[in-house]
Design a binder for this molecule. Structure first.
Ligand SMILES: NC(=O)c1ccc[n+]([C@@H]2O[C@H](COP(=O)([O-])OP(=O)(O)OC[C@H]3O[C@@H](n4cnc5c(N)ncnc54)[C@H](O)[C@@H]3O)[C@@H](O)[C@H]2O)c1
Length: 439
């Protein structure tokens, strides 16, 4: 591995900018504020709760990650958001229905203090939504400039030393990378020409990268996953990551599938279906937004099981994913999986998983960890796609020509070894340091 970088200290305030101030974003902000007040635990967050084993087992060194590396503290975080729906943090959180009033009311004033800035929004890309809190400009380039000015103003008003941006906006319609996405010149010309190939999430990603603000995409739409913005991020020294927070059903898939594969058990079919009734579910009811999500969810098994290498075990796998909008459930999704597996001499067996899941409760700690780790990467001078953060994504962005790693356990190892490297410690491998024992 290359020489270890010097990591600049995490002095001052870190601004967390959130395009999209719905269920996930408000649950994240409310959880951080409650943790700061000591009324809730940041469960699910590696940066807050996880330790990291260093050196040999016998050395018994396992500090908390946040004591081992200079991460921004929760007390140093300030929040900003954009949303076409003008609801402040409290109204939006109540409407999302994730957290109880008993948790929201004590922090009501704090949440009301976060009002979303006017969004760069276009119904062409998210058809099931509309809202009045929207920017106007003669073309997409001008809208990008308005976002850049928002970032500058936010930093100044909030006294931030650094900012990061995490896309928590709705899933946009399915787009493939095209000519407008290949170079920065083509991308900027396309913005000026109001080319439909430029979606709002790309305009936020562009504005962030141009302002030197690390950017992660929690939704499956392309956003920064195009050559023009990847190169701009490398050239500008800006870390980026995506796509689509790995929560719920896909989290389960990437826990179970590596285990079945490790035992060389075959899989004939994997049928996944969901019912959910939140705003995200309403957006995904539009076939073009669902198509973006479907691609993101389907890729997982293909890469993980390597059917070309194991055609007899996974060559005929039938993988089906369904999302059904069902309002009575609100944010409390139910995800069913039926897995048809095959054992010794081809005998079939079935596994059924019924996950009564709270998606935003699983997504909120991911937003926090991505914000803190991207800020760390930025202070360490790391730029471009941060593959070591694949752990957090359903559809990890990779360098051109590489395939994404989906196995949660390999992703976890990569994340922790990157942290060891950043902290000047040896990575844990079966060839190097004593590998066995707790990570
Ligand atoms: N909840 C999860 O566990 C989870 C997991 C993976 C991915 N995601 C993705 O994260 C995103 C947020 O999920 P959610 O449950 O909070 O959805 P949500 O509908 O509650 O919130 C999304 C918000 O984004 C806003 N928005 C849409 N377009 C925008 C734009 N151009 N600029 C600014 N704001 C915009 C919407 O008005 C809405 O308030 C979705 O794309 C979802 O698919 C969520």
């Amino acid at each position: 591995m290359s020489e270890r970088p010097q990591v600049r200290p995490a002095d001052g305030r870190l601004g967390v900018l959130l395009p999209g101030f719905g269920a996930v974003a408000t649950t994240f902000v409310a959880g951080v504020e409650s943790a700061r007040r000591g009324t809730a635990q940041p469960i699910g967050s590696l940066t807050q709760l996880n330790t990291i084993r260093l050196g040999k087992r016998t050395e018994a060194r396992s500090p908390l990650i946040r004591d081992f590396l200079p991460l921004a503290g929760l007390e140093d975080l300030v929040f900003g958001a954009w949303d076409p729906i003008p609801d402040d943090g409290y109204e939006s959180a109540v409407n999302a229905g994730v957290l109880d009033r008993a948790d929201l009311d004590p922090i009501r004033g704090f949440l009301e203090g976060i009002e979303p800035m006017p969004a760069v929004f276009d119904r062409e890309y998210v058809r099931r939504l509309d809202g009045p809190n929207v920017k106007e400009g003669k073309n997409k380039r001008e809208l990008a400039e308005q976002l850049r000015r928002d970032i500058q103003r936010f930093k100044k008003e909030q006294g931030c030393d650094r900012t990061v941006m995490i896309w928590c906006g709705s899933t946009e319609i399915f787009l493939r990378p095209g000519p407008a996405h290949q170079t920065l010149e083509a991308f900027e010309a396309a913005m000026e020409a109001n080319d439909p190939a430029i979606a709002p999430s790309m305009i936020y990603a562009y504005a962030a990268i141009m302002e030197g603000v690390p950017y992660a995409n929690g939704a499956p739409n392309l956003s920064a996953d195009i050559p023009a913005l990847e190169k701009a991020a490398v050239d500008g020294g800006v870390p980026i990551g995506g796509k689509d927070f790995k929560t719920g059903q896909t989290l389960m898939k990437t826990i179970l599938a590596p285990g079945l594969k490790a035992r060389m058990l075959g899989i004939e079919g994997w049928f996944s279906t969901n019912i959910l009734g939140n705003r995200d579910g309403a957006v995904l009811d539009d076939p073009d937004s669902f198509k973006t999500k479907e691609e993101s969810k389907l890729g997982v098994l293909e890469h993980l099981l390597q059917p070309k290498m194991y055609p007899e075990l996974y060559g005929n796998l039938y993988h089906k994913v369904r999302i059904n909008y069902y309002p009575p459930r609100g944010d409390n999704k139910e995800g069913w999986d039926n897995i048809d597996i095959v054992g010794w001499m081809g005998y079939p067996m079935q596994i059924k998983v019924d996950f009564l899941c709270r998606d935003s409760i699983l997504a909120a700690p991911i937003v926090l960890d991505l914000a803190l780790f991207l800020d760390l990467a930025s202070r360490a001078g790391m730029s471009g796609i941060q593959e070591w953060l694949s752990f957090y994504f359903k559809s990890p962005q990779t360098a051109p020509g590489l395939y994404p790693e989906h196995d949660l356990f390999i992703q976890h190892k990569k994340l922790k070894n990157t942290l060891r490297w950043l902290g000047g410690e040896e990575p844990l491998t079966h060839l190097g340091l004593d590998y066995y024992g707790q990570e």
